[in-house]
Design a protein around this ligand. Structure first.
Ligand SMILES: Cc1cc2nc3c(=O)[nH]c(=O)nc-3n(C[C@H](O)[C@H](O)[C@H](O)COP(=O)(O)OP(=O)(O)OC[C@H]3O[C@@H](n4cnc5c(N)ncnc54)[C@H](O)[C@@H]3O)c2cc1C
Length: 474
């Protein structure tokens, strides 16, 4: 106990300003987990809130000296338990690292890890530039969290996930040393690609404090199409046709009937709640956008769309996208109504398959849900082959929870059998650690373990996430 008090005192000694080391039990509990259900979370020793890289390095040195685990956190919007604390951990909240410097001449921005995605997007838009990755959580999730999970979003079907935009990183390593990799100059090709290594490493290899991001010229406005389908499979057939034909939608999003009903119940906007699915497609190809939408509409019609509607203006297009953005809160609302008293929960799956196999994925998900008698809605970035089967569970009912877990695992298995991945964007965290092992195979796991051991020999960085050390028997 004295040792722990000494550790807290040492943390206080290296951090400046008020509220930099929090130990209030209520705050510790609140900071102990992200948005994922079914993931264990321990009680941290303290939450620390450093202001810059030097303070993060001092925290890391202090934690290393005391042998304490360190869990980096952004906004805790993660959906895999990746930001969950372990008992006695030092939780490092990066939210005070807020700087944004835009270098318009080089189309780059140097951004603190705690900057919220939407704040960056707005800041670069003022300079006539664009930062494409737009996770549904963009109004709250941080750039550090986005890089650490290699986050995706709606426009990633055309513009790619976060990693494509990371030109350089400042990372505090497990011993407190500060690594700068990549950078603002010419594209770096010398040596190992450390920038790529830390991107998507989920806080297990180092704490990201600053990111150099590539920017693009401002995008032209989207033209948006809404296509209504009698079944989810028909909507997915349209997706497969659109992508096989080489169309380049700037967005191709799917909501199934469960989601349409949940969104309409949560925030009524006239969605067709009898439809099997809604597909939203957009093009930002400027003068060619009209022809691109016509081509996508034709593919939808051939796949069995019962209704097609092109948004007449940006207000209407934004309203359609708002329905998609409301999918997660609307499903939380549905779960809360179905299982009142705080019992309702969601397990959000995140599976990516080759785009010509998403029909098999959604048909398989429906079969699995029926077999286990569990409600599963499907939503996602269909154009990227990345879908989120969302499993509705009663947290208080061990039988429903067990069936929810079986459904989750069966969907993961199906995704891998279809040649896919256990994550399209949310990362691995705790929720999919076993499935990452299946996906990588023994050699891939061994290389992951070797990298982890090399960078974090004492195993103090975000322990238990992504991959277990070799001596833990996996
Ligand atoms: C409503 C909703 C919609 C979402 N939509 C999407 C979506 O469209 N696409 C998508 O990809 N995700 C989505 N997510 C998931 C989540 O928002 C992303 O994973 C996001 O990137 C997490 O950012 P964060 O700041 O909240 O990080 P956290 O949840 O705090 O942390 C996530 C992981 O990154 C690590 N980490 C955080 N910051 C750092 C750092 N500075 N250095 C090292 N490691 C760090 C943590 O340890 C943890 O492993 C959604 C979540 C919600 C709740």
């Amino acid at each position: 106990m004295t040792i722990m008090r000494d550790a807290v005192a040492d943390l206080r000694a290296v951090l400046t300003g008020p509220d930099s080391v929090l130990t209030d039990p209520d705050l510790l509990r609140a900071a102990s987990h992200d948005e994922a259900d079914l993931c264990p979370a321990g009680v941290p020793l303290a939450v620390v809130r450093p202001r810059d890289t030097a303070e993060v390095a001092a925290v890391m040195r202090t934690a290393a000296a005391h042998g304490l685990p360190v869990v980096p956190q952004g906004a805790r919007t993660g959906l895999t338990g990746g930001a969950n604390a372990v008992d006695g951990a030092v939780v490092v909240s990066l939210t005070r690292l807020k700087g944004i410097r835009v270098d318009a001449a080089r189309s780059l921005a140097v951004v603190g890890a705690g900057v919220v995605n939407a704040d960056l997007t707005r800041a670069v838009a003022r300079e006539g530039l664009d930062y494409p990755p737009d996770p549904g959580s963009w109004e709250s999730s941080t750039i550090g969290g986005n890089v650490a999970t290699n986050a995706g979003g709606m426009c990633c079907v055309k513009y790619g996930v976060t990693g494509r935009y990371v030109a350089g990183l400042t990372v505090v390593l497990a011993d407190g040393a500060v690594l700068r990799c990549g950078g603002q100059g010419p594209e770096r090709t010398a040596g190992y690609d450390l920038t790529a290594l830390f991107t998507g490493s989920e806080g297990t290899l180092g704490v990201i404090t600053e990111v150099v991001l590539r920017l693009r010229p401002a995008r032209r406005p989207d033209r948006t199409l809404a296509a209504v389908f009698p079944t989810v499979a028909a909507a997915c057939r349209a997706v497969a046709r659109i992508t096989a034909a080489g169309e380049a939608p700037s967005l191709l999003e799917l909501l199934d009937r469960t989601h349409l009903r949940a969104v309409e119940d949560y925030r009524p906007s006239g969605l067709d709640t009898d439809a099997g699915a809604l597909l939203l497609a957009a093009s930002d190809a400027g003068p060619a956008a009209r022809a691109a939408l016509d081509a996508m509409a034709a593919h939808c019609e051939r796949a069995g769309a019962s209704e097609l509607h092109v948004a007449t203006d940006q207000v209407e297009a934004d309203a359609l996208l708002a329905a998609r953005r409301l999918a997660h809160p609307a499903m939380e609302h549905l779960a809360a109504r179905r299982f009142p008293g705080g019992r309702g929960g969601l397990v959000v799956d995140d599976v990516a398959v080759p785009r010509d196999r998403i029909v098999e994925l959604v048909e398989g998900v429906a079969r699995i849900a029926q077999r286990h008698d569990v409600l599963v809605g499907v939503v996602g970035h269909a154009g990227a082959g990345n879908l989120h089967p969302v499993i509705v569970v009663d947290r208080s009912d061990p039988d429903v929870l067990a069936r929810g877990r079986q459904v989750f695992d069966a969907i993961m298995r199906l995704g891998l059998e279809l040649g896919g991945s256990c994550t399209g964007e949310h990362g691995v965290g705790l929720l999919k650690r076993d499935w990452l092992g299946q996906e990588l195979g023994p050699v891939g796991v061994r290389v992951h373990q070797a990298v982890k051991r090399a960078l974090d020999p004492a195993g103090i960085l975000n322990p238990g996430k992504v991959v277990l050390p070799a001596h833990d028997g996996s």
